[in-house]
Design a protein around this ligand. Structure first.
Ligand SMILES: O=C(COP(=O)(O)O)[C@@H](O)[C@H](O)[C@H](O)[C@H](O)COP(=O)(O)O
Ligand SMILES: [Mn+2]
Ligand SMILES: [Mn+2]
Length: 345
């Protein structure tokens, strides 16, 4: 999968990031999102694969979004019979967030990315558009920290696993009212808190690398982003756990269905009989082969954003593979038209 699709997948996230980056700082998050979706779809539909979106922009409606269940790849084209032999192509499940951190992009803030995860059919958890309580931590703490434990207990465990004092730990938490107690607890335990307004996929991935200055992600974000984060962290043997949150009273933003009971019923309809189950990274991204790819739209901790120059653009992409056990940083110069002088600095 990595050999046949790796480079193509890189181009998918690169094109989405370039499209979105043209709208960086323009204050229009919907447009930044829309152009990323269009660019992602256009590039994805040239790939020789039988792709299916399992995490996208919601169920099919009139919007031209990458919707859940959408078939992508060369075989989804109207003239597919002339272009490919369907039975010979790989069946791939794809989770996408063409512009993760649309607010960050729209307001010129750091950390927005075009991201996706792929696996063979059935290899990614088709998470509902709910919230998810998340715990991400470095490989050294994998299976030792636990989302069922308190933040205070997890910080003690992290401190032992990373051989540093609690005061030397930094935990990323999304700045939301629902996290006020969590933030107070982390601070009281002695650790430092890095608050983010958006973009918890980037925060989770930061936990997978040493040297980012980020040692854990705690709190509640969106479930689809949880699956994409889990895919990346699974490839790195880092820690990720996620638990669906279906009670609007916990989330507090109110963007989660009518009531707790209605949400539980919706989960049941989807075949989720234990709504409180804690999922590991390996359950959320259970495929034999999993590939994560993300291109910086605006610059973040581990990736530069898109830089435009006369006649082209330069992108920075992270590709993590469970198959080859690699995390590759790909620095690409995109030459529009005839090319010309390429300035490296
Ligand atoms: O910040 C985020 C927004 O993602 P996007 O819509 O693709 O720009 C995500 O990283 C978060 O995980 C999540 O979507 C967020 O926590 C849910 O929104 P909120 O209700 O404001 O907490
Ligand atoms: Mn997102
Ligand atoms: Mn998005």
């Amino acid at each position: 999968m990595e050999n046949s699709l790796g480079l193509e997948i890189i181009e998918v996230v690169e094109q989405a990031a370039i499209a979105s980056a043209r709208l960086m700082g323009k204050g229009d998050k919907n447009e930044a999102d829309r152009v990323a979706v269009e660019a992602m779809r256009e590039r994805m539909n040239k790939i020789y694969m039988r792709g299916r979106i399992v995490i996208g922009e919601g169920e099919r409606d009139d919007a031209p979004m990458l919707y859940i269940g959408e078939e992508v790849g060369i075989c989804s084209q109207p003239n597919a019979a002339e272009l490919c032999s369907i039975d010979e192509l790989l069946e791939i499940d794809i989770a996408v967030d063409p512009c993760e951190g649309t607010n960050l992009c729209a307001y010129g803030q750091p950390g927005s990315m075009a991201v996706l995860a792929i696996s063979e059919k059935g290899g990614l958890f088709a998470a509902p558009d709910f919230y998810m309580k998340k715990l991400a931590a470095p490989p050294a703490a994998k299976g030792k920290v636990d989302i069922n434990k308190s933040a205070t207990e997890n910080l003690k465990i992290l401190s032992q696993c990373l051989d540093r004092s609690i005061e030397e730990l930094v935990v990323v938490v999304m700045k939301r009212e629902r996290h006020n107690e969590l933030i107070a607890e982390i601070r009281a335990a002695g650790a430092r808190v890095a608050l983010i307004s958006d973009g918890d996929v980037g925060a989770a991935i930061n936990c997978g690398f040493a040297g980012t200055g980020i040692h854990a992600l705690m709190g509640i974000g969106a479930a689809p982003e949880g699956v994409i984060s889990a895919a990346a962290l699974r490839c790195m043997d880092a820690h990720f756990q996620g638990q669906l949150i279906y009670d609007p009273a916990i989330v507090k933003t109110g963007l989660i269905g009518e009531s707790k009971e209605a949400n539980i019923a919706r989960l049941l309809e989807m075949g989720i009989t234990d709504p409180d189950k804690v999922y590991t990274a390996e359950e959320l991204a259970c495929g034999e082969n999993v590939l994560f790819a993300g291109t910086g739209i605006t610059s973040g901790n581990i990736m530069d954003g898109v830089r435009f120059f006369k006649g082209g653009a330069r992108t920075h992409t992270l590709v993590i593979s469970s198959q080859s056990k690699t995390a590759r940083f790909v620095d690409t110069i995109h030459m529009n038209g005839k090319g010309g002088t390429i300035a490296l600095k």
